[in-house]
Design a protein around this ligand. Sequence first.
Ligand code: FES
Length: 293
Amino acid sequence: MSISLNWISAGNLKALKEEGAKVIRGGIAVFYHEDHVYAVDNRCPHLGFPLHMGSLCDGILTCHWHHARFDVCSGGTLDPWADDVPSYEVRVDSGEVFVNPVSRSAKGAAKYKHKLKEGLEQNIGIVIAKAVVGLIEAGVPEQEIARIGIEFGTTHGTGWNAGLTILTAMAQSVDKLDKNGKILALYQGLVHVARGSSGRGTRHLLSALPSADVPFERLTEWYRSCLEVRDTPGAEKVLITTILKGIETKRLSEMMLIAATDHFYLDGGMYSISTAKHLKRWSGRRHRKRSGF
Ligand code: FES
């Protein structure tokens, strides 16, 4: 496979293996994990913490600031409030690692329109804000951006609400504002539309991870971990990714039942089987102590 002149060298593979992670030109973090090399944008998409300082375990990169988790391969997040991180293609040639500086993520207005709809559906301010900035930067007219919010609010809410009034007022005023003013005005209108429609009308599923390349066994582990800590959005994302992967119903059911039976009371308490085993051992020790054994 030929490597274009534009690809960035990430140095020697052996050295990367020893270092575990490094940052290269373009602010790209490169990781050696489970005999593979991965590359993602080093800025956490949530609030910018350097991801090369995060932890990498079982294919999940965890940011150390607010603990957002990312599939290190695709950059997809299990925490929708953090957004996906751009990921990059990697090649190893004669023991040297190269990274394609053009991210694998979709770009341009279409991507940001999709993100704006996702932010409205899930009522996530940071995703809406980033989408508005991206759309304005991409030259999308303000009225077109406002229309996405109006269509969403009138389709998925329970009638006209304060958010739609705010957005309409903002859309009427944007012509008189500078670029930052336009972004703030649209954001305020859109975020109120999201709040006014959230939890009413349509239930919106989260999107799958960007890539379905993650093996089924790994998705099963991630699903179990999400349930263990009662992480509903993470579990939903992993489940949708698994379904879209075309896994047959029997294996899918097994995955869900294994995770569900980790707990005696899945929905009503903290009493997992591991807790139960721990308590059993602990009470056995107390009993032996009391009875002098
Ligand atoms: S900056 Fe990474 S999770 Fe907040």
